[in-house]
Design a protein around this ligand. Sequence first.
Ligand code: NAD
Length: 476
Amino acid sequence: MWTEPHGTEHITLIDPRDGKPSAVVRCADAVDVDAAVSTARRLFDDGPQWPLPDRLRALSRLAEIIERRVEDFADIISVEIGAPAAFARQGQVGTAVSTLRGIIEAASTYRFAETVADSVVIAEPAGPVAAITPWNFPLHQALGKVGAALACGCPVVLKPSELTPLSSYLLAEAALEAGVPAGWLSVLAGRGEVTGRALVEHPDIEVVSFTGSTEVGRSIAATAGARLARVALELGGKSPSVLLDDLDDDAFAAAVTTSLRFCLMNAGQTCAAWTRMIVPATRYADAAALLRELAVTYVPGENLGPLVSATHWERVTGFLREGVDAGAEVIHGEPAPPRPAHGYYLNPVVFGRVTPSMRIVREEIFGPVLVVQTHSGDDDAVRLANDTCYGLGGAVFGADQARAVAVARRIRSGSVHINGLNGNRSAPFGGFKQSGIGREFGRWGLEEFLEVKSIQPPPGFAYPISHSLLLEENHE
Ligand code: NAD
């Protein structure tokens, strides 16, 4: 069901490929938030409930509908963030569908009930959820939260980024077609400070699932903490890619190639991007030469999309000027590029000869910018990799796989890839340190939306602990 918001503020969306207006969106205000949350609360408290098998069927239909409408979703994401068509289809929509299917799989096999000695432990839906998402992978991030919350039996109110509400509107349309009952998913467009804040402060929201910047995540955790609402936070990163000193020339070139590719994915606007390449000091010149060759193959407007907004373009290029002023070597790129006449495009920039205290090394830039650091051996590489307030992603490349795994184990980060970039939709994703609290995806993602209850049956009472029976009992 579509309703006109009570809110009267309008946001004009800008297509980052040409800087021209693409749509005008009316924002939800605190009255709209209250209406959506109250509906979610009523559905949760009073029923009629929506049984798990039906929820999983609807989510499977949703995955099929998104796959069928891949072009519609990809086109809208291209309008919203400028993603090139091929990346919009595979990297954005494809990843989102895979995420949703991973959630369905996890929920189909999750043990919602188990016995512990003579207790029965039951995982119950935690209650109405606020899902607040960023703009960089708008559909994937929305589905990571909406899919898991609905799978667990929690009604959700989704507030997408004010830059990317259109893909969430399309998601709402697809959810209706998939049979998600009215009120289980509400989508409210609006600004973080208004719509987002009203959601986080609403007393009937039991779980706030947030993906975005560390700065906003910290303030959301404080607000939610004041009323002890649960939070799950997926925040920023400055992830390392460590190349060990036993790689031969081919493996070294492959490691540099893969690392640069992931750094520049989505124009460098990826939370887990490997934005610090940590190479043996003896191979700095090799790495620099390879990076120069590779970086020119990323062409803005062709295989490299624009930055999301004029403000973001200014922020990212501000870091470039700072890097030069701080004395970093520009291995590749233009450190003071003119603003393009059309769109917010930026060529890749690679810095070398950096020091750990430089802001380009410490802060998340969220653009097509790589810094190259040098190490003197495994211990030094681990020290540099961990010299950050973040701990989201990372990679280790080495000929001796056991040694590479040992280095990966010492990196304080939520996920570390070894000798490649391999996705696994059932594995948890999230951050150590200031990269977040909690995990998304797989069974860990479900647990953000579940409360655990221990039932102590009377002596001699045989609690019916069949997995499927308890599923039904727990969710009908
Ligand atoms: P952001 O923090 O500015 O905004 C994220 C969302 O929070 C938006 O919907 C925004 O409207 C909302 N918001 C802002 N202020 C709010 C407030 N006071 N109360 C409630 N909601 C509020 O982030 P962004 O610029 O949209 O996204 C980029 C950031 O997201 C980067 O830091 C990136 O690393 C991070 N990110 C993290 C992950 C992850 O999984 N760890 C994934 C993608 C992006």
